[in-house]
Design a protein around this ligand. Sequence first.
Ligand code: 4NP
Length: 156
Amino acid sequence: MGDKKKILFVCLGNICRSPAAEGILRSMAEQRGVGKMLEIDSAGTYGGHAGNLPDSRMREAALRRGYRLEHRSRRIVSSDFDNFDLILTMDDSNYEKVCRMAPDPESLQKVERMTDYCVHFDVDHVPDPYYEGRDGFEYVLDILEDACANLLGKIG
Ligand code: 4NP
């Protein structure tokens, strides 16, 4: 086992929220010179978008803030519970699905809510932007930047 801290972000489709979180945390970690200390990935509880790049609306919104999102969507698999130290979910539905998949109590302890890391936003979930307009994507990025900055302060 290496010394890297391994973090997996999980949402529903793995094309909007979790790949954005992955890109933001990676960028923040690189800027702070701790990129090599982290392994960051993302996955979805639903596999219908597997192999796809993130939603173009999210890619464009993220790029305007300097985050290039190139992740390919994949569904969460049981080996993720062995391979990652921390599994951060975006909403209650993802949280409950991922918790139900956890194979043992140690794995279950790795599952947390992304919004528990927010400092500036008083929110209990990252809303699904898929059926929202442009503001919905900006709002998701605002929440994720808040959570990632604090997360990195704790682990980086
Ligand atoms: P995400 O957004 O969970 O943030 O990737 C969604 C993407 C796709 C769908 C729902 C949410 N969908 O129903 O296909």
